[in-house]
Design a protein around this ligand. Structure first.
Ligand code: HEM
Ligand SMILES: *[C@@H]1O[C@H](CO)[C@@H](O)[C@H](O)[C@H]1NC(C)=O
Ligand SMILES: *[C@@H]1O[C@H](CO)[C@@H](O)[C@H](O)[C@H]1NC(C)=O
Ligand SMILES: *[C@@H]1O[C@H](CO)[C@@H](O)[C@H](O)[C@H]1NC(C)=O
Length: 330
């Protein structure tokens, strides 16, 4: 009898422990404890984006990196101290932009004044990202709330979890698959490069001394390649030099990223590979041909991204300030 029941009990225990985190997040998490939280985030990001138009892209990248390393738990916002080199100071320099950190700090400060100790930094980053993406023309999607902020932020955890433009498509696919994304979702998320900048060093090998046969990557549009060479001429002495990811509509969230790819206007080697590799090409072409499909898939993939490694209960805390743990950890 008890032996017969055992499998059922195990099944019940298993299904209880494997409840996905998103099932306990909710779109109305703060409706009683901080009803104006979403409005405050929206107000802050709106004025910040108007005064600093690079905020949207910077915040989207910050959120992506946060979720890829330790999950969406605001680990990327922690500042280093003498005991701990934090994520944001990883050696493979993320060059995460100051405007993105700034907009989260501002939103947190405003929310703390209204409802102290209630709204997590990870939820604020998730909301700010969604609002900024839609403000610059991208799709709106639901953001589930109730994340706690994490206890771990280590620079050493960045290298293996964040994609680099020097990776081959197989490596990119392996990395995104390890986070639960399909190839189609990986291509959809990469459409984020429809906004924002890249520093010259991220694509310099494509335009200087490319090979012994060609000084530039022959898959680049020749006029585009020349423009990049001019813009990046002194990049080694001026490392802040950067170029729009989407030359055609740099500040608008649209499907131009995909339309650029077959024209040789993809900036990073990994962007180019999206149209070159037979595993990703069909999706890149589909999104180039239909912005509606891209927006639907991007929105769903962003929702999925926002559930990665979510912490709840005692696995996290609501930080008082986004750049420091409540109890300084070593
Ligand atoms: C497919 C693999 C990816 C690679 C190799 C990659 C790599 C890069 C690199 C090297 C930059 C330039 C950073 C700089 O020079 O400051 C960049 C910028 C950016 N990335 Fe990605 N990325 C990838 C996927 C993604 C995804 C999935 C997202 C978001 C969902 C994203 C969002 C962004 C944004 C918005 C920018 C512009 C940042 C700004 O203007 O401040 N990237 N990416
Ligand atoms: C990383 O970039 C920041 C500015 O974006 C710079 O201050 C810092 O020195 C860089 N760190 C390394 C290790 O290159
Ligand atoms: C390219 O090669 C030339 C000559 O070999 C060298 O002077 C130059 O510094 C190289 N440029 C880069 C960006 O590596
Ligand atoms: C684009 O995709 C949407 C939905 O995925 C579909 O309803 C629409 O007809 C497509 N548009 C074109 C021009 O193919």
């Amino acid at each position: 009898m008890s032996l017969l029941l055992l499998p059922f009990i195990l099944v019940i225990i298993f299904s209880l422990t494997s409840v996905p985190a998103e099932s306990s997040l909710s779109t109305t998490y703060y409706s009683k404890t901080c009803p104006r939280a979403q409005q405050i985030v929206l107000d802050i990001i709106t004025s910040k984006q108007i005064t600093s138009p690079t905020t949207a892209a910077g915040t989207l990248r910050l959120f992506f990196h946060d979720c890829m390393v330790e999950g969406c738990d605001a680990s990327v916002l922690i500042s280093s101290n003498i005991f701990n080199k934090a994520e944001r100071d990883a050696d493979i320099n993320l060059s995460l932009p100051g405007d993105a950190f700034d907009v989260i700090v501002r939103a947190k400060t405003a929310i703390e004044l209204e409802c102290p100790g209630t709204v997590s930094c990870s939820d604020i980053l998730a909301l700010a990202t969604r609002d900024l993406v839609s403000m610059v023309g991208g799709p709106f999607y639901q953001v589930w709330l109730g994340r706690k902020d994490g206890y771990v932020s280590k620079a050493s955890r960045v290298e293996l979890n964040v994609p680099k433009p020097t990776m081959g498509m197989s490596e990119i696919i392996t990395l995104f698959t390890s986070k639960g994304f399909t190839i189609q979702e990986t291509v959809a998320l990469s459409g984020a490069h429809t906004i924002g900048f890249s520093h010259c060093k991220e694509f310099a090998t494509r335009i200087f001394n490319f090979s012994k046969y060609s000084s530039v990557d022959p898959t680049l549009n020749p006029r585009f390649a020349q423009g990049l060479k001019n813009a990046c001429a002194n990049f080694q002495s001026k490392p802040t030099m950067s170029v729009f990811n989407d030359l055609m509509t740099p500040n608008k969230f649209d499907n131009m990223y995909y339309q650029n790819l077959p024209r040789g206007l993809g900036l990073l080697a990994t962007d180019r590979a999206m149209i070159e590799d037979s595993r990703t090409r069909p999706f890149a072409m589909m999104y180039a041909n239909n912005q509606t499909t891209f927006f639907e898939d991007f929105a769903r993939a962003m929702e999925k991204l926002s559930f990665l490694g979510v912490k709840q209960g005692r696995w996290g805390e609501v930080r008082h300030r986004c750049d420091a743990f409540n109890n300084i950890k070593t």
